[in-house]
Design a protein around this ligand. Structure first.
Ligand code: AKG
Length: 298
């Protein structure tokens, strides 16, 4: 059964663009978390914004100019505040993903906010399947990613490109690409380029409010940002309840199939938010860990 907005060829293609799913209020709710966090990052980097009321986009460009790598630190140190959480766990999002995963859906702990400024090549994410970043065994767990831009995402500012129908073939061979990031060694996982050349692909230009939904086995990449602005996006994930997520953090119960579980779900959500609220907001991460996929790709 397909849910609101998912096209009938989702199963066949492995992805679907849901147009206008998020309202302006929904997006503003998420942006309020990010606005707080970007001001905290400015304090940490000792940058005083020339216009404290400027947009997220303008502020991130100013941070990058003054402190190159600021956008990467932001991404590695995101905190899921009440605005982001309310959309992630919303009926609206769950209604869409339940058509793929069923009514018993949990939040998968891999969640990213990506400010992608023009001059930061490290945000050009190579072809991969999201499953590749998980521990072995999570490939068989039904999962989806929902990718949403905070502004219109086009070829020029680095939108997503997705491979059509390639989710059927299971997990592909990935190679770990090592690179230098903020003085640390970091990695991207990339599908073997020999396999990519056979893909039929679609470039997904989408607008603020649209959401791209794809499976954890759907190959995708993001294009370089050749514009003068910072492209912000959020990617949140869901997993069919009860499956091994392949992440080191637990999944967050959003499940709705059994009303007997309502109290458990409500208290788990409260506990998750309390955990995020208790995080040290002055702790900024400068590197990513190889952790869960360490032994899988060399
Ligand atoms: O936002 C991007 O540039 C890349 C996102 C991505 O690859 C993902 O969500 O898995």
């Amino acid at each position: 059964m397909l849910g609101p907005g998912l096209s009938t060829d989702f199963d066949e293609k492995g992805f679907s663009v849901v147009r206008g799913l998020l309202s302006e209020d929904d997006i503003k709710l998420m942006e309020s978390d990010l606005a707080r966090r970007i001001d905290e990052l400015a304090d940490y980097l000792k940058v005083v914004f020339s216009d404290p009321t400027a947009s997220l986009d303008t502020k991130m460009l100013e941070l990058e100019r003054n402190s190159p790598g600021a956008s990467l630190i932001f991404t590695h140190s995101n905190i899921i505040g009440p605005g982001l959480f309310s959309i992630w766990s919303s009926e609206k999002m769950l209604n869409v993903v339940q058509s793929v995963l069923g009514k018993d859906v949990d939040g998968h702990p891999f969640f990213a906010v990506r400010p992608k400024p023009p001059e930061v090549d490290l945000f050009v994410v190579p072809w991969h399947q999201d499953s590749s970043y998980l521990a072995d065994g999570a490939q068989t767990a039904p999962q989806v990613t929902c990718w949403m831009p905070l502004m219109d995402a086009k070829i020029e500012n680095g939108c997503m490109e997705v491979a059509v129908g390639e989710h059927f073939g299971g997990e592909k061979r990935h190679v770990a690409q090592e690179y230098e990031e903020l003085g640390n060694t970091s990695w991207y996982l990339e599908i073997d380029p020999d396999l990519v050349s056979a893909f039929k692909t679609e470039i997904c230009e989408v607008q603020r409010g649209d959401v791209i939904v794809f499976t954890h086995l759907t190959p995708h990449r993001s294009l370089p940002n050749l514009s003068r602005n910072c492209r912000w996006s959020i990617d949140m994930r869901y997993i069919q309840a009860g499956h091994f997520s392949g992440a080191s953090q637990p999944s967050i119960p959003f499940r709705r199939a059994d009303t007997d579980q309502d109290e458990f779900v409500a208290s788990s959500k409260r506990e998750f938010l309390r955990g995020q609220d208790a995080r040290d907001r002055n702790l900024w991460r400068h590197k990513i860990e190889r952790s869960v996929w360490r032994d899988r790709w060399n």
